[in-house]
Design a protein around this ligand. Structure first.
Ligand SMILES: Cc1ncc(COP(=O)(O)O)c(C=O)c1O
Length: 390
C-alpha cells in the first residue's frame, strides 16, 4: 500500500493553487547581490539589513571563535556548560537592550516558543496580534494557554479583550516590527494597557534590533520603553548577520528560562562561530550608526519610487517594504518578471500572509547602492509596462 502517496497528491494541489514553494539555491555570499543559476541578481529580500553577514570583521570574529571554542558546542548549556564567549554575549546583549540579563537560544524561533511556553500555561491566556510571526503562534500552541487574538495593532480591541478576565495570568505578545508588513506595533499604548490589567509583556524585536532606536536597540528603545517590557525577544539572524535568538529581561526571568524554557534546555547551544559573529556585529552597530541612517534613506527612495509607478506599498517604518499584489498567482508572475530584470524577491503567499494579501516583500540593506535601488525600480517599471504587474 502506498501509505505516503497522499503527500504527492497534496503537493500537486498546492501547485495548482500557486502555493507550492521551494528555495532558490544561492552560489555566493548573501550580500546586496547574489549569484543564482549563474546570474548575478540584486538581493531585495534579505533580513541581513545592515550587511553584516558579509562584513570582514564579523566573518573574522566567527573564524576566531571557531578556532578558540571549536566548530560545535557539544551539548545544551545545562549539560556541558556555556562557552565564555556565549556568556559574554549574553551580558553584552543585556546591556544593548537595557535589561539585567539575557538568555541565548539557537534561533529566534526557539526563543519565542521557549519564552511563551515558560511564562504561560493551561490556566493562562496569551493575547496575540493577528499578524504575529509563526514562532509566536507556535509558542502559544506549545504553552497550552488559551490564545486570544486581537486585531492587528488595535489597542482598543486588546484592552476590551483583557477586560474580560477569567484567567490565572495574562501575557500580551507582539512583534515590534511586523515581519511581512514592516510597520511598528503601538508599543507605548500596549505596555500601558498590559500594565493596567496586570498582564505580562513579550515583545519580539527580530526585525527592529540593529535597525531602529538611537543606538540600534530596537523599537522598545526608539519609543523610550527600555526596561518596561517584561521579555524582549531578539534574533541574531537578521541585522546581526549571524544566527541565534535571545530573550532579555530581569535576572529572575533569565534564571526561570534556564529552568523552564524547553527549547533552550533540550537544544544544543549555538555554534561558537555564530556567537563570535554576533558579538562583533554588536560592536559595529554601536560604532556605525550610518548603517541605520542608510536604511531609512533607501526605504524612502524605494517607497516613493514604487508609489510613483502606481504600486500599492505598505506604511513601513523599518527595512521591510511590502508591495501588495493580492492573489498568489499574480504575485508569482510579478516576482518572476522582476527576476528577469535582475532582481530577486520571491512572492510571499498564504499561509505566511493572510489569504488575498500575497505580496512581494522587499527589503533594503545598508549596503545596497543607490544604483541598485534604481535597478529595482526599473524592474518594477518594466513589469508595469508589459502588464506583468496587477
Ligand atoms: C518576527 C520574527 N520573529 C522570530 C523569527 C525567527 O527568528 P530566527 O530566524 O532567528 O529563527 C522571525 C524570522 O525568522 C521573525 O520574522
Amino acid at each position: 500500500m502506498d501509505s505516503i502517496g497522499w503527500v504527492g497528491r497534496e503537493l500537486g494541489a498546492l501547485e495548482e493553487a500557486s502555493l507550492l514553494r521551494s528555495p532558490a539555491i544561492i552560489d555566493s555570499m548573501s550580500g546586496p547581490e547574489v549569484s543564482i543559476e549563474g546570474r548575478r541578481l540584486i538581493l531585495a529580500c534579505s533580513n541581513n539589513y545592515l550587511g553584516l553577514a558579509g562584513d570582514e570583521r564579523v566573518i573574522e570574529a566567527a573564524r576566531s571563535a571557531a578556532s578558540r571554542f571549536g566548530a560545535g558546542s557539544g551539548a545544551s548549556p545545562l549539560v556541558s556548560g556555556l562557552t565564555r564567549a556565549q556568556r559574554d554575549l549574553e551580558e553584552r546583549l543585556a546591556a544593548f537592550k537595557g535589561t539585567e540579563d539575557c538568555v541565548i537560544f539557537s534561533s529566534g524561533y526557539l526563543a519565542n516558543i521557549g519564552v511563551i511556553q515558560a511564562l504561560a500555561g493551561p490556566d493562562d491566556a496569551v493575547f496575540s496580534d493577528e499578524l504575529n510571526h509563526a514562532s509566536i503562534i507556535d509558542g502559544c500552541r506549545l504553552s497550552r494557554a488559551t490564545p486570544v487574538i486581537y486585531r492587528h495593532a488595535d489597542m482598543e480591541h486588546l484592552d476590551s479583550l483583557l477586560s474580560e478576565g477569567g484567567f490565572r495570568r495574562s501575557l500580551v505578545v507582539t512583534d515590534s516590527v511586523f515581519s511581512m508588513d514592516g510597520d511598528v506595533a503601538p508599543l507605548t499604548e500596549l505596555v500601558e494597557i498590559a500594565r493596567r490589567h496586570g498582564a505580562m509583556t513579550v515583545v519580539d524585536e527580530a526585525h527592529a534590533t540593529g535597525v531602529l532606536g538611537p543606538a540600534g536597540g530596537g523599537a522598545v528603545e526608539a519609543l523610550g520603553l527600555t526596561g518596561q517590557v517584561d521579555a524582549v525577544v531578539g534574533t541574531m539572524s537578521k541585522a546581526l548577520g549571524s544566527a541565534g535568538g535571545f530573550v532579555a529581561g530581569t535576572s529572575d526571568l533569565a534564571a526561570w528560562l534556564r529552568n523552564r524554557a524547553r527549547s533552550q534546555i533540550f537544544d544544543t547551544a549555538p555554534v561558537p562561530a555564530a556567537i563570535g559573529a554576533a558579538s562583533a556585529a554588536i560592536e559595529v552597530i554601536a560604532s556605525e550608526p550610518v548603517r541605520r541612517e542608510r536604511i531609512a534613506e533607501l526605504r524612502a527612495l524605494l517607497t516613493e519610487g514604487l508609489r510613483d509607478l502606481g504600486y500599492r506599498v505598505g506604511e513601513s517604518e523599518s527595512a521591510i517594504i511590502p508591495v501588495f499584489v493580492g492573489e498568489s498567482d499574480e504575485a508569482m508572475r510579478l516576482s518572476a518578471r522582476i527576476r528577469q530584470s535582475g532582481v530577486f524577491a520571491p512572492a510571499i503567499r498564504p499561509p505566511s500572509v493572510p489569504v488575498g494579501t500575497a505580496r512581494i516583500r522587499l527589503t533594503v540593506m545598508a549596503t545596497h547602492s543607490d544604483m541598485q535601488i534604481a535597478q529595482v525600480l526599473d524592474a518594477f517599471a518594466a513589469a508595469r509596462g508589459d502588464g506583468s504587474a496587477p
